[in-house]
Write a protein that binds this ligand. Structure first.
Ligand code: 3HC
Length: 316
């Protein structure tokens, strides 16, 4: 019986039929999705911190409004993704408890500091650029609620990438000092962005099964290579230099070759020892604690509204 269920489940996936919350699914599929979607949601939420750091110091009103909107969008992405994860049987409180206790992962990239205004440009261009490369294919994942959430997320990420690139373009066409700021930001954000795609394929324990289930559509290395290939031309337009002496077009492969990634740094960051891991977790936990009265007030208000509706129904 179990074998038939598994077989027909896999056939649905092979035939590109979406899996919906009430459909039968293998327990491991449910757990893999929960892990990926919750990590993704946590990344959106923690990802608000490095940029929120610059909202009050944006150089003009237009930049401030755009950055504020971007940070709000990230909060929205977190919420759609938590909702998608909840359809798999975990509550929002349980998901957040895993983030706050340090049990759940979130993207390595958000454990680096934002030291100058140019970092807002580099993050938009590279971090959101890498996110889009990874997330556009997720609009076609096999699980319906996740795929549908990703459609809107990707439209907004595309705006984020452009606002970042435009900041870089302005700085790199500005004074010598501004151009140097842009180059410094590129130097610091390049390798962490390349690492965002995760370990090499032969070191990625989840990839094979996730690809079979279409929870992932492309491998970590394929997406990383696409990102590097498109970024080179974008850096040329900016007149900036990607910090990799081994970056060279390989005619035979039809791709750029690049240096070996510093996997020691990556593993340290995901183990909790990156430059800002402790600071990020502390900020997230204290925001949760300080927001308790807001949550209580929202619940009290909802109860009051529900009572009013009940009274009206009785009177009618
Ligand atoms: N940061 C932290 N952990 C990472 C990571 C990264 N950049 N890359 C991989 N890992 C972790 C994995 O979670 C896994 O750990 P686990 O088994 O304990 O969960 C381990 O390293 C091995 O990696 P795998 O390649 O086997 O893991 P996955 O198959 O899950 O692939 C992934 C990793 C490519 C990140 C995949 O989970 C994915 O595509 N996730 C959805 C997208 C996402 O979460 N993006 C995060 C950034 S969101 C963002 O950037 C916000 C935007 O506003 C900028």
């Amino acid at each position: 019986m179990e074998i038939n269920l598994e077989e027909s489940f896999q056939k649905k996936i092979d035939d590109e039929i979406r899996i919906e919350p009430r459909d039968w699914m293998p327990e491991k599929y449910r757990k893999t999705l929960l892990r990926q979607i919750s990590q993704h949601a946590h990344s959106e939420i923690v990802g608000m911190l490095p940029e929120a750091n610059w909202i009050t110091r944006a150089p003009n009103l237009r930049r401030k409004v755009a950055l504020l909107a971007k940070v709000q969008d990230e909060a929205g992405h977190g919420l759609y993704l938590y909702s998608a994860a909840e359809t798999l049987g975990m509550t929002r409180d349980e998901l957040l408890e895993e983030l706050h206790s340090g049990k759940a992962k979130y993207s390595s990239i958000f454990n680096y500091p934002t030291l100058s205004w140019a970092d807002m440009g580099a993050i938009g261009w590279l971090v959101d650029g890498a996110a889009i490369m990874n997330q556009v294919p997720l609009c076609r994942v096999s699980y319906g609620p996740y795929a549908r959430a990703m459609v809107r997320v990707c439209k907004e990420e595309s705006f984020h990438q452009r606002q970042g690139y435009e900041i870089m373009l302005t700085l790199s066409n500005g004074s010598e000092e501004q151009k140097a700021m842009a180059q410094d930001a590129l130097n610091r954000w390049w390798w962490p962005s390349v690492m965002m795609f995760g370990p090499n394929d032969d070191n990625s324990p989840n990839s094979a099964q996730s690809m079979k289930w279409k929870i992932k559509r492309f491998s970590n290395d394929d997406l990383r290579q696409k990102f590097i290939d498109v970024s080179v031309a974008q850096a040329e337009i900016l007149g900036l230099t990607i910090p990799d002496n081994n970056l060279k077009w390989n005619e035979a492969r039809g791709h750029y070759d690049f240096s070996t990634i510093d996997w020691i740094e990556f593993n340290e960051v995901i183990a909790g020892n990156g430059p800002c891991n402790k600071q990020r977790l502390k900020a997230i936990v204290s925001a949760w604690q300080n927001g308790e009265w807001v949550r209580d007030a929202a619940v009290a208000y909802a109860e009051k509204q529900a009572k009013k509706t009940d009274n009206k129904t009785i009177a009618a």
